[in-house]
Design a protein around this ligand. Sequence first.
Ligand code: NAG
Ligand code: NAG
Length: 431
Amino acid sequence: MASARLRSAALVLALLAAGAAAWPGKKDDSIEAQLARWVTAKGGKLKGFKVGQECPTCLRGVIATKDFKPGDVIMKVPFTAVMRLKDVHHPAFAAEYARDLLDAMHNDPAHNATWDLFWRAHPGPEGTFTPEVYTDEQLAMLQTPELEALVAGQRAVTEQVYDGSYPYYSYRPFNETVGEDRVSLDTFKYVASLLGSRYFGFYRDGNTERPSSHLVPLVDLINHADDPNAERSDDTVNVLVKAINPIAKGQEITNSYQPGVIHRPDMSLYIYGFVIDREEPYLAAVDLPTFNAKDPFEQTPLLDNLYDAPGGKYVTQEELSRLRGLLAGAETTEEEDRARLDSGEVADWRIRSILTYRVMRKRALRRTIAKLEASLAASAGQGGSGGSGPAAEEQAAAAPQGQQAADEGEEAGGQEAEEQDIDEIDDRSEL
Ligand SMILES: *[C@@H]1O[C@H](CO)[C@@H](O)[C@H](O)[C@H]1NC(C)=O
Ligand SMILES: *[C@@H]1O[C@H](CO)[C@@H](O)[C@H](O)[C@H]1NC(C)=O
């Protein structure tokens, strides 16, 4: 008797646990739950995760509700549930995506019939932060003239595409296609910002030169980690997310966004709108000795070992002075920016992103200066000779990694680099 009762109690507990694990629950009518049902109805397989927050203040993300081992499929989202953006071929890409999508939303009745739910599941205007939506005040907070020029340039392109004055491609003004009364400039900027920071490139139609761009439900909710436990791929029919490391129930499922971009505080801010607070940040792309304003989106492989060894090309007094000048030229110090960030007075996540950028940029400069000083001292000790062997090897090892990411072009925002064209730089002169 007693043992039977115990057994049935155990069974009830097991059922409860299983019920808790099955996401979305029947009564869950959150937009994410509706989206998951929609993807499943289209043939998707979603098993063993839920969309939620790992902690009350954490970002929305994807959390395992069971254990996974490497190779397990976590999500399978068919391309029929993936919104393909119209191909564009010039550097105003985010604004062009917005233009084509808004046109379809307003003028093609079939569009909303298919995509309305997925569209509504996206973050609203308060949830994106790329150049299109910067205010002048936010722009001035960057304290980095090259970055300000890039952000202002991309914002201007967005405005030009909207009003039809974009000089490199002739568009009918938006007011004559969709109508300003239906889509304001602010809405247009928000849509461009959303699309530009969230699309994924996939090589479809046998075109291996340039990926086409897509919005992928649920997969786009997976957050970045430097040391991810899952990776994304596609088998031409489905977008897949598979575990690459063991994942325990309750753990957040993570993916690595473009290495070499996400690690540069300025590029991460520019493309994604956030900056990861790191102990050992990489230099901002604009601060690299190799930064080229004519091609700012060139993928920057993680080559901060430029300064590591005595005898390297950039291990020079001139480079040391240049870096010191950049740090000394900032209007506020790293400590001041950090104090403001930690004061609890800044609630706006966009301002927090900018402040984090400023701290990371200065921290990277400070650390690089120290490294360069040590390398110069070692060079002096060696009578200035050689020693470039290990540095060169490390660079060779680091380069393919960054380049591979560039070639794959698979991450959200991944095409920015490729879209850039020297002739048109002035207008994007760029999260
Ligand atoms: C499609 O949906 C959008 C926003 O969700 C709305 O603004 C637009 O008016 C809809 N289009 C049509 C043709 O109803
Ligand atoms: C649309 O905007 C352009 C540029 O601002 C203006 O010249 C044009 O007259 C407007 N067209 C309509 C139909 O309002």
